[in-house]
Ligand binder design. Structure first.
Ligand SMILES: Cc1cc2nc3c(=O)[nH]c(=O)nc-3n(C[C@H](O)[C@H](O)[C@H](O)COP(=O)(O)OP(=O)(O)OC[C@H]3O[C@@H](n4cnc5c(N)ncnc54)[C@H](O)[C@@H]3O)c2cc1C
Length: 389
């Protein structure tokens, strides 16, 4: 992950004040700020990176994610995103494909996060980049946000630091390491990549591949940290390992040119985590700081956007963070249970083989399973009577 750290420019932030602060300017933090700003609140976003940056993410956007993006005023196709309508599952040399139950899209987080942040700025939120937050705490009914550029107080704050924890607010460490790489695929592989999201299992994890803007192939994968020690962390080492494990991966990436020197990485991913404990009544955890859905579901971005918008609406109607968290997590629970069950199928060699054989015989079952693991109840958020377009 690009971590540009604190900016030397101390002057710009000065003694700025706001009703609310988003700690982190990813999708969840920007959506929170945008929704509040749209309703007349003053909001600041503190983002540690100095500018647009790439992130570990498969860059697959479900229909829900696209609907939420539309709500915040971002059209993924106007950003040059690809269209995806087919899911291809592979294990070893076996594969099965099925129609997705919706039209998905692929767009890089580099473009997407910047588009949402800009939309928040247009709505009136102020973004302070290169502003690293070191702490966030309740100070008797108000919230203090400590940054390398001074301390700031506000009425409410969103904890939106995503994959990175703020000191004093840990999440449990998981065994998986997440990676992301961009490639320019060879002409021969384009047909098999166009319109398709590939989910490829290997011993120790799984890969997701889809096309994003500018004919770029985005590959994200999760790999067990013990397996990673044995394989090596470079793209050359890991791609060689995947190619031995999967003929399909080898074919799709044959002749491709890496767009970066090395993949981005993030470790300790706490898949299945749900923050049920309240931090403080006015500190609202959102996105990956609220709940981390296994990445193969392709719904993490929808969760981030939905929880950011919902937290802002909770603030607007004076719902405490405690009630907000309980409501959101009760909503997510059924989907988290189903994705956890599928995660066990992906992790077990025998179950994987049986799963692919079943998927080849009954592709409709895959389409149904994809539907069953979608996050529910998000439509209520975007139909809120308080919403303005
Ligand atoms: C391998 C992998 C593949 C995935 N694939 C998909 C997919 O295909 N589709 C999908 O929908 N989801 C996917 N996800 C999930 C998705 O990436 C996340 O759920 C989503 O990014 C969460 O958004 P967020 O806004 O909560 O956090 P983030 O996107 O992580 O944003 C957090 C922001 O906070 C900033 N920040 C962090 N710490 C600080 C600090 N101390 N001070 C100030 N700023 C800070 C960061 O710089 C960052 O900009 C995947 C995840 C992984 C790991």
């Amino acid at each position: 992950m690009n971590n540009i750290g604190p900016s030397p420019d101390e002057a710009a932030l000065g003694d700025a004040t706001a009703d609310a602060i988003a700690v982190g300017g990813g999708l969840a933090g920007s959506a929170f700020a945008l929704e509040l700003a749209r309703h007349g609140a003053s909001v600041m976003i503190f983002e540690r990176s100095g500018g647009p940056h790439h992130k570990v993410c498969g860059e697959f956007l479900s229909d829900k994610a696209q609907a939420l993006l539309h709500y915040v005023g971002v059209d993924v196709h106007a950003l040059g995103g690809s269209s995806i309508d087919t899911l291809c599952l592979a294990n070893g040399s076996n594969q099965a494909s099925a129609r997705l139950p919706f039209k998905a899209a692929g767009v890089s987080r580099f473009l997407l996060d910047e588009a949402v942040t800009k939309a928040a700025e247009r709505a009136g939120a102020k973004i302070f980049r290169g502003t690293w937050v070191g702490g966030i705490e309740d100070i008797g009914g108000r919230v203090r946000v400590r940054t390398a550029r001074g301390n700031f107080e506000c009425r409410e704050a969103a904890l939106a630091s995503g994959k990175h924890n703020i000191r004093g607010l840990p999440r449990p460490d998981g065994p998986m390491v997440g990676f992301k790489m961009h490639l320019r695929p060879a002409e021969a592989a384009r047909t098999a990549l166009t319109g398709v999201v590939h989910l490829i299992a290997f011993a120790g994890g799984y890969l997701g591949l889809c096309m994003v803007e500018d004919q770029t192939l985005s590959i994200a994968w999760n790999i067990d940290s013990d397996v990673l020690q044995f394989v090596g962390t470079s793209w050359a080492d890991q791609s060689a390992y995947f190619a031995v494990q999967s003929r399909i991966f080898a074919e799709l990436t044959n002749g491709a040119t890496p767009a970066w020197e090395k993949p981005l990485a993030v470790s300790g991913l706490p898949y299945g985590f749900m923050r049920s404990a309240t931090i403080a009544p006015a500190i609202y955890p959102v996105g990956d700081q609220l709940a981390v859905i296994p990445s193969f579901s392709g719904d993490g971005t929808a969760l981030a956007l939905a929880s950011g918008i919902a937290a802002a609406q909770a603030v607007l109607r004076c719902e405490s963070a405690t009630d907000f968290q309980a409501r959101m997590l009760a909503n997510f629970k059924p989907q988290f249970s189903r994705t956890a069950a599928l995660d066990r199928v992906i992790a077990g060699a025998l179950l994987r083989r049986v799963g692919i054989a079943g998927a080849r015989l009954f592709p409709g079952m895959v389409t149904t399973l994809v539907s069953a693991t979608r996050l529910r109840g998000l439509d209520g958020l975007i139909a809120s009577p308080k919403a303005r377009n």
